[in-house]
Design a protein around this ligand. Structure first.
Ligand code: DGJ
Length: 726
């Protein structure tokens, strides 16, 4: 059993082949954090807790002046009785006070993992996961808090969530219900986060911890492009290739906070969960509240090691099973080619060319419904515009299918345009608060997904289309953040539940659609990566990574996201030049290689390409198909990080048989040094043939001595080298 309770010392030891995580029970009451790191064969408590009588310390046992809650490394904070660090929970009792006192009560260890009520989570069967549940009870308020730890057998990964239960007879209010807290006995870490904005997502930031609180968060209603719900703590000497990293990723798509506090005596407390400021939950007697789970990833093999684990775990345990191993089609999307200007004949013509080139999926983006000739109208009116598509969606889909392509359709189901039949019929279905005006974004409002009748409407609107069987793929978009988060239904004391209820409503909708239409491939989108998080990935196995389709910007966006997500999850399209977002002109080859480094597709007017470009596109498609297994299911490693000066990047795809190096030169440089690139991850003992030169060498040689990257006297050139294992 990889989790065991050790009577001597009263420890819980969570142990697999790669990690150990140890929890102690102090004075039979407090859960202490004793160790997290590489596997220990056994644990005996050599790193004793320190008990010092310090100034300002308060003591739960008056005669034990060395025992202060403020100095104990705890698995969960305490409230109002001496732990002054950032809190993982806060409860307001019926009498208005904020003091609780939880004590260890019992525990359970079992094989497998329970699903989380209403929330997405990593899956895992009885031979793959072991669970530890520790119950803490506050006898005075009769509240129970269960800390749940799931240890994965094959990976250096555990997940954690918290369940709050009210066994008393009065309602209480959860003002904060965090998912994880971890006290490290040191603060010499660097904090890693991924930050950005629309069209500039997932920029990597790395900074040393300093005294006080460092925090990222979202109050926008979604996980947001501003901050990925992820933080990691790494040693200062950790690189892509070596060193220790502790990564934390929240499986949640709404408001979140992730923070680290370096406290007075040099320890650091990490905490993560739903953002407290925009949250409250009325916990009625005999009800419970389930927090989202956090994926905790331990790597001793640097950031590439951490990423490999996230990639494999998400493919195996997170995405819908139908798509975990399913090859993804090469698509053509109409957005940057047509925008709102859609005409059936022209679309069929584009699909015809696409099919000749070997494209496999034709996606009709925005503009096909209601009076949607621009972005000011019709969201919610999911009926086809027959002026544009006289034979309806099924008519167009039939034509596309006849050409041997699959058919995909865009929706923005969570939204309502003020100018729509839906808003005229149900003005109260938009999120709103009494008396104040509704703030528009892209001239649209947000549907109140916290209400079950609104959820039912969305399910019915999409089901009606999907039930025709004509749609193989859905692009699910979401293009604004939430304001006036309230409704006219819930009582005043429950209005702060709505942000979380919205996310629960969204998950209910997605769950229902995926259950009903398991064969439909859903692509997640929120103006690109605005809601790219593991919560969404549990329903939709791929995301449109960014509205920025420029190949050079994409190298750094995809580089950043690859910390967490494998290339198969990152939609990446070859688009026209000058690029529509930044105006840059890059070679078609470059755009091809960068798009092939993600979930490959095209988003340009295929009917306007030159014969030479069409030929190149055909070659790209043929190459991708030939190496699709490698590119979609191979291991992915970052070799070279884009720098602010040159933007050069390199990454490697690898499987049992072959490897592909993609080197992006960025801006050409004068006076270049000899540029040797070590491949690091080929199988050391095996021999590989460089298919461009015919040269054969051992994996070890390519890894350690490297290859000479020739001088590329061209801005934005990309070089790809394929290696075959002999
Ligand atoms: C934002 C998406 O990211 C784009 O790809 C496109 O689908 C537009 N919305 C359509 O309005």
């Amino acid at each position: 059993m990889p989790i065991f309770h050790q009577e001597t010392g009263n420890f819980f030891h969570l142990q697999n082949q790669q990690l150990s995580y140890v929890i102690g029970v102090e004075r039979e009451k407090y859960l202490t954090h004793r160790y997290f790191g590489s596997r220990l064969p056994s644990y005996h408590g050599s790193n004793h807790l320190q008990f010092i009588d310090r100034g300002f310390a308060t003591n739960p046992f008056p005669e034990e002046r060395g025992l202060s809650l403020n100095a104990l490394p705890l698995e969960t904070s305490t409230q109002g009785n001496g732990d002054h660090r950032i809190a993982n929970y806060q409860i307001r009792l019926a009498n208005g006070t904020n003091v609780t006192d939880f004590s260890y009560a019992s525990h359970k260890i079992y094989q497998g993992k329970q699903p989380l009520a209403g929330l997405p989570a990593l899956k895992g069967g009885k031979t793959e996961v072991t669970t530890l549940e520790i119950q803490l009870v506050d006898d005075i308020s009769q509240l129970q808090m269960t800390l749940v730890y799931n240890l994965y057998e094959k990976f250096p990964v555990l997940t954690r969530n918290v369940l709050f239960e009210n066994n008393g007879n009065q309602a209480v209010f959860l003002e904060n219900a965090g998912s994880v807290q971890l006290d490290f006995p040191r603060n010499d870490f660097e904090l890693i986060t991924l930050n950005g904005s629309h069209t500039n997502e997932a920029n990597l930031h790395r900074q040393a911890l300093h005294p006080g609180i460092q925090k990222i968060e979202s109050s926008r209603g979604t996980s947001s492009p501003q901050h990925q719900p992820f933080i990691a703590l790494a040693d200062a000497c950790t690189t892509e290739f070596s060193g220790e990293v502790f990564g934390f990723h929240l499986v949640y798509s709404g408001n979140f906070a992730a923070q680290v506090e370096v406290e007075q005596y040099g320890s650091s407390r990490l905490q993560m969960g739903i953002q407290p400021e925009t949250f409250e939950w009325q916990l009625n007697p005999q009800t419970s509240f389930q927090t989202p789970e956090v994926v905790i990833n331990y790597s001793q093999k640097g950031f590439n090691g951490m990423s490999q684990t996230f990639h494999q775990v998400y493919q195996e345990y997170l995405v819908p099973q139908t798509f975990a191993k399913a090859e993804r089609p090469i698509l053509l999307n109409t957005w940057e080619a047509n925008y709102f200007d859609l005409a059936e004949e022209e679309l069929i013509q584009q699909a015809k060319i696409a099919s000749q080139l070997g494209i496999e999926l034709f996606v009709l983006d925005d503009g096909w419904f209601g009076q949607r000739n621009d972005d000011t109208t019709s969201l919610g009116d999911w009926q086809v515009n027959e002026d544009k598509l006289p034979h309806g969606i099924t008519g167009l889909a039939d034509e596309v299918h006849k050409l041997g392509l699959k058919f995909g359709l865009w929706f923005e189901p969570e939204m309502i345009s003020k100018n729509s039949d839906l808003f005229a019929a149900h003005p109260d279905w938009a999120l709103q608060v009494p008396d104040y005006p509704l703030t528009e974004g892209r001239q649209q409002l947000v549907l109140d997904l916290s209400r079950s009748e609104v959820q039912d409407f969305v399910i019915a609107a999409l089901s009606q289309h999907l039930a025709t069987g004509a749609i193989d793929y859905v692009k699910w978009d979401m293009n604004r953040h939430l304001t006036e988060v309230g409704n006219l239904v819930l009582p005043p004391q429950q209005q702060k539940e709505i942000s979380h209820r919205y996310v629960l409503g969204l998950y209910r909708i997605l769950d229902s659609l995926i259950q009903q239409f398991p064969q439909v491939l859903f692509e997640n989108c929120s103006s690109g990566g605005g809601r790219f998080d593991p919560g969404m990935m549990a329903y939709m196995p791929q995301t449109w990574t960014s509205d920025n389709s420029d190949a050079i910007c994409r190298t750094s966006i995809q580089y950043g996201y690859s910390y967490l997500y494998p290339p198969i999850m990152m939609g990446a399209h070859v688009s026209d030049v000058p690029n529509h977002q930044v105006g840059r002109i890059t070679p078609l080859e470059t755009r091809g290689w960068i798009a092939m480094s993600g979930n490959f597709g095209y988003e340009l007017d295929i009917s306007k390409q030159t014969p030479t470009d069409l030929e190149k596109i055909q070659e790209q498609i043929a190459f991708y198909k030939k190496h699709r297994k490698l590119l979609q299911f191979g291991e992915f490693y970052r070799l070279l990080a884009p720098t602010a000066q040159q933007f050069a990047t390199a990454w490697l795809f690898k499987n049992q048989k072959e490897a592909l190096l993609i080197y992006s030169n960025g801006l050409a440089q004068p006076a270049v040094p000899a540029n040797y690139l070590k491949l690091h991850y080929l199988d050391a003992e095996a021999m590989y043939r460089n298919d461009a030169t015919g040269e054969v060498a051992s994996g070890a040689e390519f890894n350690q001595a490297g290859i000479l990257i020739p001088r590329l006297k061209e801005d934005f050139a990309v070089m790809a080298l394929h290696f075959t294992k002999e």
